[in-house]
Write a protein that binds this ligand. Sequence first.
Ligand SMILES: Nc1ncnc2c1ncn2[C@@H]1O[C@H](COP(=O)(O)OP(=O)(O)OP(=O)(O)O)[C@@H](O)[C@H]1O
Ligand SMILES: [Mg+2]
Length: 254
Amino acid sequence: MLKFENISMEYPSASGGILALKDINLEIAKGEFVSILGPSGCGKSTLLFIATGLTRPTQGKVSIDGKEVNKPIHEVGFVFQDHLLLEWRSAIENIALQGELRDMDKKQCLQRSQELVELVGLNGFEDKYPYELSGGMQQRISICRALLHYPEIIMMDEPFGALDALTREQMRIDLEKLWLNLKSTVMLVTHDISEAILLSDRVIVVSPRPGTIHSEIGIDLPRPRRLHIAESAEFLDYKKQLTTIFMDMGILRE
Ligand SMILES: Nc1ncnc2c1ncn2[C@@H]1O[C@H](COP(=O)(O)OP(=O)(O)OP(=O)(O)O)[C@@H](O)[C@H]1O
Ligand SMILES: [Mg+2]
């Protein structure tokens, strides 16, 4: 469904170009949940921007269902690295914004917003403003906003980056539930090996800048992946494989 062909990206800079990505070839199937795992600065956010037409690559092309992406696409829900909520809108109004921008029927938009609020366990907080919500709650709202219009593609750029470990774990469970319900195609960017294994059908490991695809691992764990799956031998084996890859790249050292 989503195809990257020979993608390279060089950002201009005063001291010559910065090569962020180099020769990325990747295909993602419809309904697949793929994580992009790599160190800071390797071009992960850039890859999501290119996939959705927000950034034009300096080389190569991206296509969706065979159609080249050459402008920002509509059929996507994007959770940005920073949650980007509007401070002057309540939680539910922030979610509904997605529908307003898309001229969705008002009643349907509010109904769906409410449904999502319940799915992520935020009933009772609909009318609170972002400053009245914790970081985890704000991030949940931004995920709901990205999912409001039943997007075919969901891009998530470290959606749990700012959260504490317990909230992350719960968000992971909640996100899987949402995804199992929607069956959208997901690209999730993360630094976190366990998170990548627990959520994905496939983990793509990106090398340090310039980002290239170093390796990929298919994750064959049953869904839904419950809390205790992280103690299973299969999970630990995937974790060991990925840790070894990061050691080989020199990113993790003893
Ligand atoms: N708009 C830009 N202009 C110039 N250089 C940029 C721009 N955006 C990103 N870069 C550079 O491209 C490289 C990749 O950046 P990118 O944000 O894609 O990395 P990342 O993998 O998402 O990092 P992180 O995990 O820290 O979010 C970095 O060296 C960064 O400095
Ligand atoms: Mg980034």
